[in-house]
Design a protein around this ligand. Structure first.
Ligand SMILES: *[C@@H]1O[C@H](CO)[C@@H](O)[C@H](O)[C@H]1NC(C)=O
Ligand SMILES: *[C@@H]1O[C@H](CO)[C@@H](O)[C@H](O)[C@H]1NC(C)=O
Ligand SMILES: *[C@@H]1O[C@H](CO)[C@@H](O)[C@H](O)[C@H]1NC(C)=O
Ligand SMILES: *[C@@H]1O[C@H](CO)[C@@H](O)[C@H](O)[C@H]1NC(C)=O
Ligand SMILES: *[C@@H]1O[C@H](CO)[C@@H](O)[C@H](O)[C@H]1NC(C)=O
Ligand SMILES: [Ca+2]
Length: 463
């Protein structure tokens, strides 16, 4: 643990700067269910054209079933996520490949705080800090795991693995289309948790209970976002933008139906409440806090949790001001802890290689064997670990053997006889059941189920 705490401290001053700005994002949810943009093909580069939702009557999602624009459907062919899948998708006409729907790679649909989907070969690993695996992994669970350990970045891979770090080297780990990070989180099948050799990386400030923001614009999320906020939460965020005459707040998501839970915006100097929202009084218009210092307050009682909120803020400067309209990074990177942002360009190569050696075995293949074990067993930061290595290995072998047997039984008893993908699963069932859980084809069992739950019995699924 010590070497990692030290490493974390060493890099605490390093700032992650994304290459892309989210100022034009069209999504604030992790899975793009709020996407209402106009991309009408599965990819901007050589994608398939989407079918019109008013012409997909043989499928579960069409304008006949949702005639009033529910879930964003309408007489158009834009990518949507009407069924709580992990990303926007659309029906496509590609019967030759047996595909009838496909995920869309929508570059403009990435929630602020999601830094993107990256390659992770494990050599060197993309994020080199602590890690855990969990068959109940969600985005929030991984983020809070990393946040508790004071990391700035949290990455999810293959649906169940969580990696922490403070730095991401773009030159070593190229960015991938969002669709390659579309494996479901094992703990929440509506959230995307990376992919096979692909890691989706989040800023650990997403979903934190409180924080201090100083950049001219940004996005704040309710505690535990994108999971539901917990009971008994009391959180404060400060937004202080020097030189601003006003700060505008715009709630892009507000799902706080309980009248006993509330969100308040306060003048940071006088502590006067400027606006108060709850289930009975949701936000309508933009809120204008006419000072350079605002406080956002959130309270939840002991019952009736919900998804929470996403609120975008933008500081205004009086005539001649430089904030307004200026392209700004929405990541709240100018945190008070960051003393010298400009002196840390993206040249942290030495640091990366330096850390990669004392890192855990981050290779996905190795992680496979601890999938059903408790998270702490991955945390192999034991001093003099060589002493324990043999014992640990022995334990893992025993666990693996037992679980392999159990899983074998489970996989047999789970009745998905028509949904198997013989090419990928057939021989692996006998040789290594772990691969079954790991393979994308297995994960699409869930998807097949999701998309077919309204009576669409076609087993054809494409990626
Ligand atoms: C997609 O939209 C663009 C612009 O609205 C249009 O030119 C194009 O024909 C559309 N493509 C399909 C496949 O509908
Ligand atoms: C679906 O909507 C498009 C665009 O409004 C329209 O051109 C098309 O004729 C509609 N199709 C049907 C079957 O109504
Ligand atoms: C925000 O600032 C306050 C006052 O300076 C400090 O007490 C608090 O710990 C800070 N919070 C975070 C999350 O940095
Ligand atoms: C917010 O208040 C400031 C100061 O009163 C004013 O200049 C600005 O126009 C207001 N903005 C909006 C959108 O109401
Ligand atoms: C890790 O350390 C070993 C031996 O100290 C060295 O040979 C290897 O190149 C190092 N790997 C990395 C990625 O730094
Ligand atoms: Ca409540």
């Amino acid at each position: 643990m010590d070497s990692f705490s030290t490493a974390a401290l060493l890099v605490a001053g390093f700032l992650f700067r994304t290459s892309s700005s989210h100022s034009a994002t069209e999504c604030y949810s992790a899975n793009g269910e709020d996407y209402r943009g106009r991309q009408n093909q599965t990819s901007l580069r050589g994608g398939l054209p989407c079918l019109y939702w008013n012409e997909t009557l043989q499928h579960p999602y069409n304008t006949l079933k949702f005639p009033n624009g529910e879930r964003g459907l309408g007489p158009h062919n834009y990518c949507r996520n009407p069924d709580g899948d992990v990303g926007p998708w659309c029906y496509v006409d590609d019967h030759e490949d047996g595909v009838y729907w496909k995920y869309c790679d929508v570059p403009t649909c990435r929630m602020p705080g999601n830094l993107g989907c990256f390659m992770d070969t494990g050599d060197p690993p993309t994020l080199t800090g602590s890690s855990e695996t969990s068959n109940r992994l969600t985005i929030e669970r991984c983020i809070s795991y990393c946040r508790e350990r004071r990391y700035q970045l949290a990455g999810m891979e293959a649906g169940y693995a969580c990696f922490c770090g403070n730095h991401l080297d773009h030159s070593l780990h190229g960015q991938s289309p969002s669709t390659e990070c579309n494996h479901v989180c094992f703990g929440d099948h509506t959230q995307p948790c990376g992919g096979d050799g692909r890691i989706v990386i989040f800023d650990t400030r997403v979903g934190s209970c409180g924080g201090n923001y100083t950049s001219p614009s940004g996005v704040l999320y309710s505690p535990d976002y994108p999971d539901r906020y917990g009971p008994g939460r009391v959180c404060y965020w400060t937004i202080q933008v020097h030189g601003a005459t006003a700060i505008l707040f715009d709630f892009t998501i507000f799902d706080v139906p309980d009248w006993a839970d509330m969100v308040e915006l306060l003048d940071g100097y006088t502590n006067q409440v400027v606006a108060r929202f709850d289930g009975g009084n949701p936000p309508g218009n933009t809120v204008n806090v006419t000072t350079d210092f605002a406080i956002l307050y959130f309270y939840s009682d002991r019952t009736n949790e919900a998804r929470g909120f996403a609120v975008r803020y933008q500081a205004l400067k009086s005539a001649g001001g430089s904030f307004v309209g200026q392209p700004t990074e929405e990541e709240p990177e100018e945190d008070s802890s960051a003393t010298d942002p400009e002196s840390e360009p993206e040249s942290d190569l030495e640091a990366t290689t330096e850390w990669s050696n004392d890192s855990l075995s981050q290779n996905s293949n190795q992680v496979l064997y601890v999938i059903t074990s408790t998270p702490s067993e991955v945390d192999r930061k034991v001093p003099a670990w060589t002493v324990y290595a043999m014992a640990a290995l022995l334990t893992l072998v025993v666990i693996a053997t037992v679980t392999k047997f159990l899983l074998h039984v489970v996989m047999r008893s789970t009745a998905y006889p028509t949904l198997e993908a013989p090419d990928t699963c057939g021989q692996n069932v006998a040789s290594d059941p772990w691969v079954i859980l790991y393979r994308p084809s297995t994960i699409s069992f869930f998807k097949k189920k999701l998309k077919s739950h309204q009576g669409d019995l076609s087993p054809l699924v494409g990626h």
